[in-house]
Design a protein around this ligand. Structure first.
Ligand SMILES: NC(=O)c1ccc[n+]([C@@H]2O[C@H](COP(=O)([O-])OP(=O)(O)OC[C@H]3O[C@@H](n4cnc5c(N)ncnc54)[C@H](OP(=O)(O)O)[C@@H]3O)[C@@H](O)[C@H]2O)c1
Length: 336
């Protein structure tokens, strides 16, 4: 049966499904029915899937919302629109798009709300595009909306060789800021430098290194995806009126902060929850994309793709993330 975005659709497809919330070993490749788009939804012929730590957290059953078993894993994808549901306004069959879902991306076809489906510049390859949605929309929300970053400010990025971290580094630079990347290895330092970091420092002893790199002044904004292990020294290197952005907890439980630290030095700790931002108004994501699109088109942001795996090796891809060795965003090639 023809399997082309603009031709007749197949009835079944391969999908990476979670059968038990036990982590990587609970996932297996199944043949399931190709879904149909409902009102306001589009069906995408998936070419690439971008994996992240959040996918692993879903597979472990630790994410905030988990669907009934079995379900198809995967959040970020890129491909070509194969069909549209009623009420779809600005997306057409044949469009090259990226999209983000809570789950359902790691399959040959996926249904996405149109509000979470984004057009791509002709110059952006689909494999790179699959690394964009959640990471860059989150980085843009964090730096532009929550931190109100200004050109000339300095941003410290934790986990800077990771998915969100590399996106934050590039978005900060595109907004005119200087970036200091915190990483745990030489390889990650090279990766962060190749993807936009002005300066790299090691996570061990990063406080002194940051103060030295800023002539004792400190930084204006901290992007924190790590949590407990770094928050105290991060607050210590914030300059007056600095903003510490809480994005995630890659290491440990959410930490506590003594609020006298904030008062004494006129600094803020700000939560960054992109999901809540787009749930409040789903068109917020399109407004953000309108700002990210020219950055993507000009090469100002160039998605940091690390390793690539075929769909059937999703377990190996997630094992890299679990082992803390992944660089940037790991991308799956869905069609070999
Ligand atoms: N708030 C939001 O709206 C939002 C949106 C998207 C994602 N997130 C969250 O952001 C966090 C990072 O996601 P990501 O996709 O960027 O992950 P990632 O690609 O795996 O990067 C996380 C980085 O954190 C560092 N890290 C420190 N301790 C770690 C540990 N014990 N295990 C793993 N990594 C550790 C690692 O850098 P080093 O080895 O160099 O230290 C790693 O590169 C996740 O918690 C995710 O849920 C939040």
């Amino acid at each position: 049966m023809p399997d082309d975005a603009t031709n007749e659709l197949p009835t079944t497809m391969r999908a990476a499904q979670v059968h038990a919330l036990t982590g990587i070993d609970g996932i297996r490749l199944d043949d399931i029915a190709v879904p149909s788009p409902g009102a306001g939804e589009v069906l995408i012929r998936v070419e690439n899937v971008g994996l992240s730590l959040a996918d692993l957290i879903v597979a472990q059953g630790r994410y905030q919302s988990i669907p009934d078993l079995p379900f198809t894993i995967g959040m970020d994808l890129a491909g070509v629109v194969a069909a549209v549901g009623p009420g779809v306004r600005r997306t057409a069959v044949g469009d090259r798009v990226a999209a983000t879902l809570h789950y359902g991306a790691a399959a040959e076809y996926a249904v996405a709300p149109e509000t979470m489906t984004f057009p791509l510049p002709a110059s952006t390859e689909l494999a790179a595009a699959a690394a964009v949605p959640v990471n860059y929309l989150t980085a843009h929300f964090a730096l532009h909306v929550r931190a109100q970053l200004r050109a000339g400010e300095t941003v410290l990025v934790h986990g800077a060789a990771g998915g969100v971290g590399s996106a934050a580094t590039q978005v900060a630079r595109s907004l005119g800021a200087r970036t200091i990347a915190v990483v745990s290895s030489d390889e990650k330092a090279r990766f962060a430098e190749a993807h936009g970091a002005d300066t790299t420092v090691r996570v061990d002893g990063f406080k002194d290194a940051v103060l030295e790199a800023t002539d004792g002044r400190g930084v204006d904004v901290v992007v924190d995806v790590v949590g407990e292990a770094v928050i105290l020294d991060s607050l210590r290197v914030l300059a007056p009126f600095g903003r510490h952005l809480v994005l995630g907890f890659a290491q440990g439980e959410p930490p506590s902060v003594k609020v006298n630290r904030l008062l004494l030095r006129n600094i803020d700790v700000r939560g960054v929850g992109w999901t809540g931002y787009v749930e409040a108004d789903p068109e917020n994501a399109w407004r953000q994309w309108d700002e990210l699109y020219p950055m993507l088109e000009s090469g100002g942001i160039a998605p940091a793709v690390g390793a690539r795996y075929p769909l059937e090796r999703i377990a190996d891809a997630l094992a890299e993330i679990q082992g803390r060795t992944s660089l940037g965003k790991i991308v799956l090639d869905v069609r070999g």
